[in-house]
Design a protein around this ligand. Structure first.
Ligand SMILES: Nc1ncnc2c1ncn2[C@@H]1O[C@H](COP(=O)(O)OP(=O)(O)OP(=O)(O)O)[C@@H](O)[C@H]1O
Length: 487
């Protein structure tokens, strides 16, 4: 059987990327605003893919395969659930077949224009390291039996496997000398929609399964926390909706204008835009001006209402700290990263922390997020963004304060009480074993060498790396890994 180009599909929870192996980008990225990218905000209960497979036009509801900490997931935040959509993940192979058949039929006929599926094999990347058995069974049945695709390779934990094929070609971090040779290990951090996943990937091998961690630090989970924090603050938006709020204040109740994930996303985008603009930004800023989508909609019916309002930034920064930087919180990203490294064999720890890579759409969305802690400690806005903030949080977690870079003698000492008194002594000691690795060593000539270094996989787009890695894999001769219809 002559095999034509391999098809590569990345099944993400909020974006599905479809294309051919050997190409530099997917032919189409499906998301819930019709595939144009950017993404309208949706809740965690799934979204709708518009399907047109040449026979019928309909919609297919797509949910993530698995939801980590599903008991912690707050369905009341879910916009789609509120609007009557089903928030449930399929629970039988048959339900998965009903979801997958229209989706892949659409991809083959309307996106890739494949005439004879049997001449193509398909590489499927899933974010989950362990997708449910019923999903795998349904996928194979749909692709091999119903749609007649030539062969299928389901690649679990796709981002980790995919990026593995790009790592060799990535330039070394500027802090490392080029003579150091190719890195022996990487810490891969994939920030997705609901979850973030972390694992150590070793050169010449694959990911170390023991180091795999999943945590509720996806971009939408962060937005959920932003929403919760603003609602908890009970903001009185006097200037925005004068009469209404004055009345509420009199009654002793409050009004919070941030009412959906979409609003929370608008606050995040506004803050990033403000902090990225060099003009007029200073660490003293405590409010941000935001145009809220929900107020914009209300404005259409009530013309007296203002859609742009001034909001405090404190609840936003608090959410960022809780979800990403708080090393005393087991659900935070920094906790997952440090636990992952602590689990890996001791001789790989140094290399893994020196070569940490941020992947996934969430890391793109937060790449320039500015946090006060960083600004305050450096006195400038250059040390902002997710990567530098995670580095600072890792140093804090390991008891390496930011100002003792030159004074190695403080190693091993208890961190002084500098306002972080709410952090328990157990939390402060939890990652002490990584202190030397996170800190690096101090050279007389060149300053600090080694230590934690968190990078983006430039020049590749962090949210495309998994698919591009899959595209490379699809061109290689991995025949024995494909499950073929005609073995
Ligand atoms: N370029 C971008 N700029 C801003 N936000 C983005 C960008 N790309 C993706 N996002 C947002 O980041 C989140 C994660 O995107 P990603 O493409 O990694 O999702 P996914 O692969 O579907 O998720 P998962 O890996 O959890 O299955 C989504 O909420 C998405 O809206």
């Amino acid at each position: 059987m002559a095999s034509h180009q391999t098809i590569v599909v990345e099944l993400g929870s909020s974006r599905i990327k479809v294309g051919f192996a050997g190409e530099s980008k997917p032919r189409r990225v499906l998301n819930d605003d019709g595939g144009s990218g950017g993404g309208a905000r949706r809740g965690g209960g799934g979204w709708t893919v518009a399907i047109n497979d040449g026979m019928v036009s309909r919609a297919c509801r797509w949910t993530s395969l698995h939801r980590y900490h599903s008991s912690m997931y707050d369905a009341s935040r879910d916009d789609s659930a509120k609007s009557g959509g089903s928030a449930s993940v399929p629970t039988t192979a048959y339900e998965w077949e009903r979801t997958l058949y229209p989706l892949f039929s659409h991809a083959l006929t309307s996106i890739l224009f494949v005439q004879r599926p049997s001449r193509h094999r398909m590489l499927i990347l899933t974010s989950d390291a362990f997708p449910p058995r019923i999903f795998r069974e349904a996928l194979h049945r749909v692709l091999l039996d119903y749609l007649g695709v030539g062969g299928v390779w389901l690649l679990n934990g796709g981002a980790f496997e995919g990026v593995y094929h790009l790592l060799e070609g990535l330039p070394p971090p500027p802090s490392l000398t080029s003579s150091a040779g190719p890195p022996r290990a990487h810490l891969i951090v994939d920030i997705g929609t609901h979850e973030a996943r972390v694992a150590v990937c070793v050169a010449g091998s694959s990911i170390l399964a023991d180091t795999h961690r999943a945590t509720l630090s996806g971009y939408d989970s962060f937005l959920g926390q932003v929403l919760t924090n603003y609602q908890g603050e009970k903001i009185v938006a006097k200037d925005a909706v004068d009469e209404e709020c004055a009345h509420l204040e009199e009654e002793g109740s409050y009004y919070c204008p941030v009412t959906s994930l979409e609003d929370a996303n608008a606050v995040v985008r506004a803050w990033i835009a403000l902090s990225s603009s060099s003009a007029g930004f200073s660490p003293d800023i405590t409010t941000v001006q935001v145009r809220l989508p929900s107020l914009e909609r209300a404005q259409r019916t009530e013309s007296s209402m203002e859609a742009t309002i001034q909001l405090p930034v404190q609840p936003l920064l608090k959410a960022f700290h809780q979800i990403y930087l708080d090393y005393s919180n087991p659900s935070s990203l920094i906790f997952a990263m440090l636990t992952s490294v602590r689990t890996c064999p001791i001789d790989y720890r140094k290399a893994a922390l020196q070569h940490a890579l941020l992947l996934g759409g969430g890391s793109v969305a937060l790449r320039h997020f500015c946090f006060w802690g960083g600004l305050a400690s450096t006195g400038s806005s250059t040390n902002n963004g997710l990567g530098p903030q995670l580095e600072t949080a890792a140093r804090d977690a390991c008891g390496v304060s930011s100002d003792d870079e030159s004074a190695g003698e403080s190693k091993g000492e208890e961190k002084k009480d500098d306002g972080a008194s709410s952090v328990s002594s157990i939390s402060r000691k939890r990652f002490r074993s990584l202190q030397g690795v996170v800190h690096g060593h101090v050279d007389d000539d060149d300053g600090r060498r080694g230590g934690i270094n968190i990078q983006y996989p430039d020049p590749f787009a962090a949210d495309m790396v998994a698919w591009i890695g899959g595209s490379i894999m699809g061109t290689l001769g991995y025949s024995k890994y494909y499950q073929n219809k005609f073995p």
